[in-house]
Design a protein around this ligand. Structure first.
Ligand code: NDP
Length: 286
């Protein structure tokens, strides 16, 4: 078993991004500028936004964090997005999800100019992805592609089984893996909570991508020997030994599954770090 090491690969990608920012500066151009909007006090959301801002600082991107109260009105949030859409100084906009229940997520996503939609969630970007046109790819699937590419995983002809059909991970991942590109050219099965005998599909997978949000869901007897396993899940479980009082685990029972795999991502240190790389590459592109 070998690790698909998100820490290592994200470090390499960040180095290339730094070189590109320096090249912009030499041409007298300003660095990329990411604006993030965080609504409320959701602990995981605060941690995700903080690490995105920290990465901007590391790369010498400009960043702006707009923090809004949990009870902010939808219309006020939309006004903030409009101002960022109109600013020539801002290249990328992200609104950290999930949003409070009184705010319609689709209205917020649709309000972001597609050219600045660095999370790749806007229907225009999702539609362009589906049509095989250039677009800003959703950051997590994009990060997974970068990881598979770095390790030159020979995906063509593989049976790829994706667990989870969300608009931000599972569904775009399934589309990308079925495209006639590299990484891609897989035969794809997309499973979800209504799939009958999901384990039987998993056992057929040469490439298994788990994105369901259920800690340790994928067990060793669900994995074909020699499979490539990508664990997207980030689940917080209690931990008396960690200073934060919690620890992160994936959707895959890593200790039991890893010995059966050819390649596997750890959690943490896998897809999460690659997602931030996808976001930063999108911001530079935007
Ligand atoms: P969602 O909750 O939006 O979607 C979960 C999907 O999993 C749904 O399609 C659901 O099916 C399916 N599902 C849930 N339970 C089961 C089950 N028992 N069997 C089969 N399918 C099931 O989640 P996201 O896609 O947003 O995120 C998935 C996981 O990935 C989470 O742990 C999240 O924290 C993590 N994540 C990690 C990122 C990273 O950077 N590493 C980025 C984004 C997410 P149905 O549609 O039928 O309800």
């Amino acid at each position: 078993m070998q690790l698909l090491d998100g820490k290592l690969v994200s470090g390499i990608i960040k180095e290339t991004l730094q070189v590109e920012v320096e090249a912009l500066q030499r041409q007298g151009l300003r660095p990329p500028h990411l604006a993030a909007i965080l609504v409320g006090e959701h602990p995981a959301s605060k941690a995700y936004v903080a690490s995105k801002i920290k990465t901007c600082e590391y790369l010498q991107f400009k960043s702006t964090l707009i923090r809004l109260n949990e009870d902010v009105s939808e219309s006020y949030l939309l006004e903030q997005i409009q101002a960022l859409n109109e600013s020539d100084e801002v290249d990328g906009i992200l609104v950290q999800l999930p949003l409070p229940a009184h705010i319609r997520e689709h209205r917020v996503i649709e309000a972001i100019r597609p050219e600045k939609d660095v999370d790749g969630f806007h229907p225009v970007n999702q539609g362009r992805l589906l049509a095989g046109l250039p677009s800003l790819l959703p950051a997590t699937p994009y990060g997974i592609l970068l990881l598979l590419e770095h390790y030159q995983i020979p995906t063509a002809g593989m049976h790829c089984v994706v667990l989870g059909r969300s608009n931000i991970v599972g569904t775009p991942m399934s589309v990308l893996m079925s495209r006639n590109t590299y990484p891609g050219n897989c035969t794809v099965t997309l499973c979800h909570s209504k799939t009958n005998d999901l384990a039987s599909y998993c056992r057929e997978a040469d490439l298994l991508i788990a994105a369901i949000g259920k800690a340790g869901f994928v067990k060793a007897d669900m994995v074909k020997p020699g499979a490539v396993v990508v664990d997207v899940g980030i689940n917080r479980g209690p931990s008396a030994s960690s200073p934060q009082g919690y620890r992160l685990t994936g959707d895959v029972d890593f200790d039991a599954v890893a010995p059966k795999c050819s390649w596997i991502t750890p959690v943490p240190g896998g897809v999460g770090l690659m997602t931030i790389c996808g976001l930063m590459k999108n911001t530079l592109k935007a």
